[in-house]
Design a protein around this ligand. Structure first.
Ligand code: PHE
Length: 444
């Protein structure tokens, strides 16, 4: 018998644990900053509703219908499609390799905040803390390794009850903590410029690159396109309501992303930083925000603990896709698979880790290793995976069968007609067009 979630709540916690992570807290604010603000946020929301949410339901349905992790799920319906599962495994390797880099920064910042070393509102000082880290290969690799080791350690134990239980405390705490930062950030003098930047779209900023990044951000943030959700969905019970489940996760995820945006970007403007600060943005802004409030350092420590937890619940979901592939399809042991894959991912991640300091050279166009992995993962691999998922559920499994599966728990799917049109036509065409641009952008 396969493991089952102890309850539907277990699935929602695990899947939102996978969705909510560095993608929301770290990537969304800096991506918004780099892509012109409100226009990016608007496209993000549009893509989320028309593309992300329908795909979320498609992925969960595919998982529960087949009761198999992603590779087997595609294969059991049509052998020729098993490559999509393989693509997901590769994608997991790449995302995790740079995700663990950033996870390492979080651990480093947690340590530094514990020692009270970040207690400053001075932009130059905080920039220099980050620059020192980026230029210290031994520290970068040590913390990246530590992050991978924690991830591997948890995945070793199978879908674990401990994480499920801890999430019930950690996720709401994270939410409360972000609200506190939002309040502080909004009360800083000059913060309104950041609010405007976030919510007043400048339509002239919209172009194909912004669209690619917004769509990639949607897939990255809700963990769609590499099989995580299919795999998690396979542990769902036949009586669980897939419609509510698949709506709750993206809504929670987006709420956290937008809140993280409001926590960070107004402070960027108020404290005199640049919104285009790139991947380091969260790490320089938040210490400054905390340093400007009472008991700030204590809050900063707590905050980094929560960020780390959110990052780990995401990283285990990525590693799980690869490990379950080797366990289910290749009959390998869970322990050895997790360790070997973990080591390989760590090694692949080294260039990404070093590329913001010692190895800061361009490998493709204007991209260094870190950006290359990120664009390759979000804009190419996840987007390709999402495109194939829509074709597969729309035309191979067929939406008719999918709807049967959705309704098998006894609920009536009122939006079945709209959902079918989205999955069969709108999603593949829209994602297809953006995908072609991404490929072109990549090879040109
Ligand atoms: N959604 C996660 C985050 O926002 C990252 C992730 C991507 C996890 C793809 C699993 C699969 O941090």
């Amino acid at each position: 018998m396969r493991d089952k979630w102890t309850s539907n709540v277990g699935f929602i916690l695990a899947a939102s644990g996978s969705a909510i992570g560095l993608g929301n807290l770290w990537k969304f604010p800096y991506n918004t900053g780099m892509n012109g603000g409100g226009a990016f946020v608007l496209l993000y929301l549009l893509f989320l509703i028309l593309i992300g949410m329908p795909l979320m339901l498609a992925a969960i349905t595919l998982g529960r219908r087949t009761q198999l992790s992603v590779f087997g799920a595609y294969k059991s319906i049509n052998k020729k499609w098993s490559f999509v599962g393989g693509l997901g495994v590769i994608c997991g390797f790449i995302i995790l390799s740079f995700y663990s880099t950033v996870g390492g920064w979080v651990i480093y910042y947690l340590k530094s905040s514990l020692f009270g070393q970040l207690n400053s509102t001075n932009p130059d000082f905080l920039d220099s803390v980050l620059a020192n880290l980026f230029n210290s290969p031994s520290e970068l690799l040590f913390y990246q390794f530590l992050f991978m080791a924690i991830t591997v350690g948890i995945v070793l134990k199978g879908i674990s009850g401990g994480i499920e239980k801890a999430s019930k405390i950690m996720m709401p705490s994270l939410f409360i903590m972000i609200i506190i930062i939002v309040i502080r950030s909004l009360s800083l003098k000059g913060s309104m410029a950041g609010v405007e930047f976030l919510f007043v779209p400048d339509f002239s900023k919209i172009n194909m690159n912004v669209a690619m990044d917004a769509l990639g951000q949607v897939f990255f943030s809700i963990s769609i396109g590499m099989g995580t959700i299919v795999t998690y969905g396979s542990y769902l019970d036949k009586k669980d309501n897939l419609i509510t489940t698949s709506s709750i996760i993206p809504i929670l995820d987006t709420l956290i992303a937008i809140l993280a945006g409001i926590a960070i970007l107004p402070a960027v403007f108020a404290l005199g930083f640049e919104p285009t600060g790139g991947p380091g943005l969260m790490f320089v802004i938040l210490p400054a925000v905390f340093a400007s409030m009472p008991m700030g350092n204590l809050f900063l420590v707590l905050f980094f603990i929560l960020v780390l937890f959110a990052a780990i619940t995401s990283s285990i979901s990525m590693l799980e896709v690869a490990v379950s592939y080797f366990v289910d399809e290749k009959n390998k042991g869970r322990v050895s698979s997790a360790i070997i894959i973990g080591i390989i991912i760590f090694l692949i991640g080294i260039p990404a880790s070093l590329s913001l300091g010692a190895w800061d050279f361009k490998v493709l166009g204007s991209l260094n290793f870190f950006d290359l992995y990120d664009k390759l993962a979000s804009n190419i691999l996840l987007t390709t995976g999402a495109f194939l998922l829509s074709i597969f559920v729309g035309w191979v499994l067929t939406t008719k069968e999918a709807i049967k599966e959705i309704e098998s728990s006894g609920v009536k799917f009122r939006l079945a007609g709209i959902w079918s049109i989205l999955i069969k036509y709108v999603v593949p065409v829209a994602v297809g067009i953006i995908l072609i641009s991404s490929y072109w952008d990549f090879i040109k």
